[in-house]
Design a protein around this ligand. Structure first.
Ligand code: BTN
Length: 324
């Protein structure tokens, strides 16, 4: 519906705005404003409406702003391009479609995704205006092996960015989940295209929960946490910019030295360190004590047969002890 996002941005400050002034701004009638307010409410935005005062968004939101994001990318590593979209099926799918046609590294953020995708074919619930949906298109030289540990390194970059913005206690779950309070705060989905032996186009997709309503949580099949619950109420544009900045710096280091220089940082944030865990593979299940990761990003599992190294892929890890 035309003007929906403009309307949301006009009331995003959490103050009252009359139907008349909103109508004037958007050049539509008060009745049309009311219809759009109802659509926004059906999308999960809580909006008060008081006769004589107008409309107020209960929780003020900060819409993505390209200039503000760019001003937070102070990196010596340059970003070739940044796109900020209102809606897209999936930022990963979008960037994959651009691979080979645009200069890299290139980033894309969207306010919402209609077909956001997670690992193992799961959907990624992506409501409008309150979370981070970011994809970075990057070119990797040096074949598939040079990508060992990439998604773990991305987890470290995200955790470092959040710590730098004073969001405490972010942990990592092998291979690519971001955790806090023992619940999922975000995830990483790395997808590849191109000639893997020589030059691979890599799309690094990151989803981070900033604010997810109770209603939206019903569509997510695991316990999740958002930044608001963790007491973090910083700027989404600053978070997006600082995250891109950290990714650019860390990707450069990763390209030169591989995962080994991120190994200690990852292990220091391992949510299941020392816990009994099971690794679910497509046709089998491994049990053992989680002992972090090695310099290639493989999970080290202490079993009766000795230390097993588990390579990531379509695997998932979960604790056996209920305490973790
Ligand atoms: C996971 O399953 O934990 C990975 C989730 C990755 C979600 C992000 S949101 C931005 C990017 N676009 C997508 O469609 N998926 C990734």
């Amino acid at each position: 519906m035309r003007g929906l996002i403009e309307l949301l941005s006009l009331i995003s400050d959490g103050q009252y705005h009359s139907g008349e002034s909103l109508g004037q701004h958007l050049n539509i009638s008060r009745a049309s404003i009311w219809k759009r307010i109802q659509v926004l409410q059906s999308m999960g935005f809580e909006i008060y409406s008081i006769r004589g005062k107008g409309y107020r968004l209960v929780d003020a939101i900060e819409l993505l702003d390209k200039q503000k994001i760019l001003s937070n990318i102070g990196s010596t590593e340059t970003l070739a391009s940044l796109e900020v979209l209102s809606e897209i099926d999936s930022t990963n799918a979008y960037m994959l479609s651009k691979a080979g046609q645009i200069s890299t590294p290139a980033a894309c953020l969207s306010e919402s995704q209609t077909a956001g995708r997670g690992r193992r074919g799961k959907p990624w619930v992506s409501p409008f205006g309150s979370n981070i949906y970011l994809s970075l298109l990057w070119t990797a030289h040096g074949g598939l092996q040079s990508l060992d540990g990439l998604s773990l390194m991305i987890g470290v970059s995200i955790a470092k960015t959040l710590s730098g913005l004073e969001c405490p206690d972010v942990q990592l779950k092998w291979p690519n989940d971001i955790y806090a309070n023992k619940k999922k705060l975000g995830g990483v989905l790395v997808e590849l295209t191109g000639n893997w032996m020589d030059q691979a186009h890599v799309v690094i997709g990151i989803g981070l929960n900033q604010r997810i309503t109770q209603e939206q949580r019903q569509h997510i099949e695991q316990p999740i946490v958002d930044l608001a619950e963790l007491g973090w109420s910083g700027s989404r544009n600053e978070l997006a910019g600082k995250l891109i900045n950290q990714l650019l710096l860390d990707l450069r280091a990763f390209e030169e030295k591989g995962f080994s220089m991120f190994q200690d940082d990852w292990n220091a944030r391992n949510v299941y360190e020392g816990c009994s865990v099971e690794v679910l593979q497509p046709r089998s299940r491994l049990l053992g004590e989680c002992q972090g990761v090695n310099e290639r990003g493989e999970l080290l599992l202490k079993t009766e047969q000795g230390i097993l190294k588990v390579h990531s892929g379509e695997l998932s890890l979960r604790p056996i002890s209920r305490e973790v």
